[in-house]
Design a binder for this molecule. Sequence first.
Ligand code: NAP
Length: 251
Amino acid sequence: MGTESKDSDKRVALVTGASRGLGRAVAIELATCGIRVVVNYLTNDREAHKVDQEIKSLGGEAMLYKTDVSDATAVRKMTRQIVEQWGKIDILVNNAGIVRDTLLLRMPDEAWDEVINTNLRGAYLCTKYALRSMMEQGWGRIINIASLAGLVGNAGQANYSAAKGGLIAFTKSVAREVGPRNITANAISPGFIVTEMTDKLPQEARDAILARIPLGRFGVADDVAGLTAFLASEQASYITAQVICVDGGVI
Ligand code: NAP
């Protein structure tokens, strides 16, 4: 009985796109803080199972949930099932994201739609359906993984920059709307972080970016995970509507 009530006190986090890269690091970091973590992903069963196993081997609790964040019916079902299983959703990390880079004049309409749907609509849907549980409890944390491209733009990434810029404006609006319910909403703006997403960049582009980073190195997923865990914690209770850059001071 005592253990049951203790379990129900544990925070529950939904991390989208957690099979790889930043989402994976965030899921593991939150789990090491004693938070129950839902590891959402789209296709990569093998990698997602590895994250699940890693969390469990560290003594944490994880639940895998394979679903497309841009699918409203599926997201609604996912949030409902998390609440059925673990009673609530306290923390939402909207991290799932894709790139379909090309110059605007050559951009297929599908490349625009896919990026907006995953990176912006996905965050909108997950937030909308996770909010109900946070509102009921009068406590919540929403952390949106934006991008430097959403602040300053990037040639060849009009779709991605628009989605991330939209995500930043969305974050600020949500923060103003749900602040009175003791729910914070913040965005993290990573610069260049070493993951599969950035592995695809040609060497020339990598060298050019590195030359603009005062700290003289690319970021790693743990750089973002640490800040996410802080924003999800009690210590961050008076921080909301902010965009915090994790970019080595890129200029
Ligand atoms: P990544 O390594 O390519 O991983 C992307 C993750 O998103 C995977 O887990 C993938 O699942 C999941 N995903 C993709 N589409 C999805 C969908 N429709 N529904 C659910 N999950 C989906 O990317 P990353 O570099 O870690 O980036 C994570 C986030 O940080 C993204 O939002 C990205 O825009 C942002 N960001 C990254 C950098 C960077 O330098 N890496 C910089 C700025 C911002 P599967 O494994 O199943 O495909």
